[in-house]
Structures are given as C-alpha cells and as structure tokens.
Design a protein. Structure first.
Length: 191
C-alpha cells in the first residue's frame, strides 16, 4: 500500500497533473506551431498550383503561336480584320502551295481563341484568353525604321500581335501568361 506522504511528495514524476495555466500555455504554443505548419503547407500548395498553371498556359500558348505563325507566314493576303467588339478576327488567304483561307477569332465573352481553315474543322487554340490585340503594318519602314500602319488590309506585310491568358486555381490565385509576336507574310502578292 502506498502512503499519502509518498503520493504528495514532489519527488515522484508523473503523478502530478498540469495546472490550468500550464495547460493554456501548452495549447497556445501548439496552436501557434500548428498554424505555422498549415501556413507553410497552404503556401506550398498554392505555389505548386501556380507553377502548374504557368507551365500549362505556356505550353498551350507556344503551340497556338507555332500554328498561327506557320499559317500567317505562308499567307499571301490579308482579307480583313476586326480589332474591337465581342469577336475579334483576322482573316488571311493563302495561294501557295494551294488556295486556302485562315481565320483566327477571339471571342471576348467566352475567352476562346479559335482557328478556322478552309476544308478543315475548327481548332480551339486557347481557352481563358483575356485579351488579343494585333496591328497590321505596310512592307517598308520609314527612314527612322518605324513601320507604317496599313490602312488597307491588302497592303499588310507585317502583323504584330499579343495575347494574354489567365487561369485561376483552387485558392483563387490568378496566373497570367503574355505572348507577343511579330510575323511577316512571306508570300505577299503585290498589286
């Protein structure tokens, strides 16, 4: 049998409980430590998702740019364009090696960027596109090296374009990818 004096002695470790203040300090310290660990975890997940978004958008934009540049370079004529409104488009004709029409369209309401080519089904090049701008320039630059804006579509030799794509991940972090390119119509037919 254990005596009362033995139980009340301070020399026995583990038989004595925590006081309320000690418990509050321990819970508070553990809460702070847990909050720090959760903050680091959430930061890591957000960063990982953002990197994934950048990688995916960059790959999609590069693929779209490669397809567009190939078709624009082979074009012989800019048929027309619309640079404002809910649907912006650029229409080009190709005569070499065979006659075809390419139309690149950006729908501002859906954010879809599509490519239509004569005799083929439409291709959705990009989704989540928030902006697409392009400018058409004449063949020869001025003496200062600046290109002159083409007022007549048929006179276009150089097209300067850029677009922006945005994606939001689970944690509402916006990631953005901006592409800019200048392309020359190699087969421009002179009038």
């Amino acid at each position: 049998m254990i005596s009362r004096d033995f139980l009340n002695s301070k020399s026995i470790i583990g038989l004595r409980g925590f006081s309320l203040i000690e418990m509050m300090v321990a819970v508070g310290g553990a809460s702070i430590l847990l909050a720090m660990v959760m903050g680091l975890y959430i930061f890591g997940v957000r960063s990982f998702n953002a990197i994934g978004n950048y990688t995916s958008m960059d790959a999609n934009s590069r693929r779209a740019l490669d397809l567009m540049l190939r078709e624009v370079r082979q074009s012989s004529l800019v048929i027309g364009s619309q640079t404002n409104g809910t649907s912006r488009w650029l229409k080009l004709a190709t005569t070499v090696p065979s006659a075809a029409t390419n139309t690149f369209t950006w729908d501002t309401t859906t954010g879809n960027f599509t490519w239509s080519k004569t005799g083929q089904s439409d291709h959705k090049l990009l989704t989540g596109c928030t902006n697409w701008t392009f400018s058409a320039y004449k063949r020869a630059p001025t003496s200062s090296g600046d290109f002159v804006i083409a007022t007549v579509a048929k006179r276009t030799k150089l097209i300067n374009m850029s677009w922006t794509c945005t994606r939001t991940n689970v944690f509402r972090i916006n990631t953005e990818n901006v592409i800019t390119a200048q392309v020359v119509l190699r087969n421009l037919q002179e009038e």
